[in-house]
Design a protein around this ligand. Structure first.
Ligand code: GTP
Ligand code: MG
Length: 196
C-alpha cells in the first residue's frame, strides 16, 4: 500500500457526516498532544495533511483520509488534557466514543502514547475495549527521539511486557515523527490490517 497517496476527504463533527461505513478504516487515537496528526503526516510523507499543534486539543473533528477506495485512515480528536471549554470538549469526546463504538469499518486501532509515559488509564481502557471487540491494536510509543537508545529499548521492552496483560492482539513499537523512525514497522502492521 502506498501511503503517500493519502487524500483528505472530510472533517466530520460526528459520525453521521462520515463517508459510507464500508471498506476498511484504521484510526489513530490517543491523548491530546500524543503525536497522532504528526504520525499521519510522517506515514503519508505529507507535511500538512493532518493539522498539528503544540497546543493540546488541535484535532477536534474526525478527519478522514483516503488511500484507495475502501481504505481510509482516520485522525481522531485526542482525549485527556485539552484546554478547551467543557461544552466543546464533551461534544468531541462524544463523537470520539460514538466513532469507536459504532463504526463497523474500523478494523485496526493505532493507540499513540508518549514513550515517556505510556499506558495511562484512558489508554488502557481504550485498548481493553478494542481487544474486547477483537480490533487489533498497534500501541505506538511516540516521540521516541526524546530518549537515548538504551532508555528507548528499555521502554519498548517494558511496554511489550505490560501489553501481555491485555490478552489480545496488541503490538508495541517505538516511533518518531521528528527523526522518522519506526515508519516501516507501522506500514507493515497497517498493510496486514488492510489486506485482511
Ligand atoms: P491533538 O490533535 O491535540 O489531539 O494532538 P496530536 O496527538 O494530533 O499531536 P500533534 O501531532 O499535533 O503533535 C503535538 C506536538 O508534539 C507538536 O508540537 C509536535 O511537533 C510534537 N511531536 C509530534 N511528534 C513528535 C515526535 O516524534 N518527536 C518530537 N520530539 N515531537 C513530536
Ligand atoms: Mg491531532
Amino acid at each position: 500500500i502506498n501511503y503517500q497517496t493519502a487524500k483528505f476527504i472530510t472533517s466530520a463533527p460526528d459520525i453521521s457526516k462520515l463517508p459510507d461505513d464500508t471498506g476498511i478504516e484504521i484510526a489513530f487515537a490517543g491523548r491530546s498532544n500524543a503525536g497522532k496528526s504528526s504520525a499521519l503526516n510522517t506515514l503519508t510523507r505529507q507535511n500538512s495533511l493532518a493539522r498539528t499543534s503544540k497546543t493540546p486539543g488541535r484535532t477536534q473533528l474526525i478527519n478522514v483520509f483516503e488511500l484507495d477506495s475502501g481504505q481510509r485512515l482516520i485522525d481522531l480528536p485526542g482525549y485527556g488534557f485539552a484546554k478547551v471549554p467543557l461544552a466543546v470538549k464533551e461534544k468531541w469526546q462524544q463523537s470520539l466514543s460514538e466513532y469507536l463504538q459504532r463504526r463497523d469499518s474500523l478494523k485496526g486501532l493505532v493507540v499513540l502514547m508518549d514513550i515517556r509515559h505510556p499506558f495511562k488509564e484512558t489508554d488502557q481502557e481504550l485498548i481493553y475495549w478494542a481487544v474486547s471487540c477483537e480490533i487489533p491494536v498497534l500501541a505506538l510509543l511516540t516521540k521516541a527521539d526524546k530518549l537515548k537508545q538504551g532508555a528507548r529499548m528499555n521502554m519498548v521492552l517494558k511496554a511489550r511486557q505490560a501489553a501481555i496483560a491485555f490478552n489480545g492482539d496488541v503490538t508495541v513499537e517505538a516511533f518518531s515523527s521528528l527523526k522518522r523512525f519506526g515508519v516501516d514497522n507501522v506500514e507493515n502492521v497497517l498493510n496486514q490490517w488492510f489486506n485482511n
